[in-house]
Design a protein around this ligand. Structure first.
Ligand code: ZN
Ligand code: ZN
Length: 345
């Protein structure tokens, strides 16, 4: 049995032939197994969709009730048989409901990890290491320059700035699904108990997170608040709205952006970000390499991001490695504007 007998790359994405399904397909397919709710991984229009309850709910929230012909929810640790494969979901630590998919067939185990991070996040289950023969990994921050550091230090920077400028609003660009809720939860962990203001795209998902038992404290819509009342406050908004008309309702805003890309000063400058916050929902270089090594896999497939360095690193360690060159996965922080359609903002 070769790895290719379990998983192959097709135009629609990674396909498990023996199980009769695709993982995070970028085109409509009969049977899709979805790792998490970000729009590049979780698309509408498939036949049957298997995912965690949270991923299915987030897809429903974005696409409406009829986003797939049928759905099946699966819990972490649960195993289902699909065709000739046994499929088990494990936490990926990326966003609420995110999962790695372990596929077992004929004595081989493949783990497709989707997007993942191996550090603590108060808004989702912690990444679980799964031993496997073949590990399919992302490489969003797959270069040695990407070391995210401690996100709590970034939150402390934000709160320090808020204390320093009581007459200015702090406008924090944060991806609406996952990052925004994580930043809110971390602000609460740091002891900040005043209301946090949000853009409508973030509010809708924050309410869903709260319905799943994740406490975000008092969350208010910025658009329902008078300009003068926003002085000295924190507002979270999609990165693309930081510099558009929407931001004009804020008094003398300090522009902040929570993203792993903020490690690159030129990017922060380019986006006119005054206070860059290095907070990422993807593993950094150390996280990627440590995880690859710990899985015990001898074969590493790299799906998207900065594939080359990670492939090179794996091969230098005597592992087999290849880039999958899948077209259609992006990086949520790089997306411009309100790319996720969550309705009225
Ligand atoms: Zn993602
Ligand atoms: Zn991704």
């Amino acid at each position: 049995m070769r790895p290719e007998d379990i998983l192959v790359r097709t135009p629609a994405g990674v396909c498990c032939k023996i199980g009769g399904f695709h993982i995070d397909p970028t085109r409509p397919v009969d049977k899709a197994v979805i790792t998490h709710g970000h729009s590049d991984h979780a698309r509408a229009g498939h036949g049957a969709v298997l995912g965690t309850q949270e991923t299915l709910d987030l897809m429903r929230l974005r696409y409406g009730e009829n986003f797939a012909a049928s759905t099946q929810a699966i819990r972490y640790g649960e195993t289902v048989t699909l065709g000739g494969a046994r499929v088990t979901f494990h936490p990926a630590g990326h966003v609420l409901g995110s999962a790695q998919i372990a596929i077992e067939a004929n004595g081989l185990r493949v783990v497709a990890s989707g997007d993942y991070k191996n550090i603590a996040d108060p808004t989702c289950a912690a990444f679980e290491l799964v031993q496997c023969n073949i590990f399919v990994t992302e490489a969003t921050f797959g270069l040695p320059i990407f070391r995210h550091g401690d996100p709590r230090a970034e939150i402390a920077k934000l709160l320090h700035s808020v204390a320093l400028f009581p007459d200015r609003a702090h406008l924090v660009g944060a991806y609406p699904l996952g990052k925004a809720q994580r930043v809110m939860a971390m602000i609460r962990e740091a002891g900040y108990d005043r209301p946090i203001y949000v853009h409508g795209a973030i509010e809708k998902i924050a309410r869903y997170y709260e319905s799943r038992g994740i406490d975000l404290g008092r969350v208010e819509l910025a658009r329902a608040t008078k300009k003068a009342d926003l002085a000295g406050t924190i507002t979270l908004c999609p990165p693309g709205t930081l510099k558009d008309l929407w931001s004009r309702r804020f008094p003398d805003p300090v522009t902040c952006f929570a993203s792993g890309w903020m490690r690159v000063r030129a990017r922060a400058r380019q986006r006119l970000v005054e206070l860059p916050l290095v907070i990422s929902d993807h593993a950094d270089w150390d996280g990627l390499t440590a995880t690859i090594a710990a899985t015990g896999a001898s074969d590493i497939w790299v799906t998207h991001g900065q594939e080359e360095a990670l492939v090179h690193w794996s091969m230098a360690r005597g592992l087999q490695a290849r880039p999958l060159d899948i077209v259609g996965y992006g990086d949520e922080d790089e997306a411009e504007g309100v790319t996720e359609n969550y309705g009225d903002v």
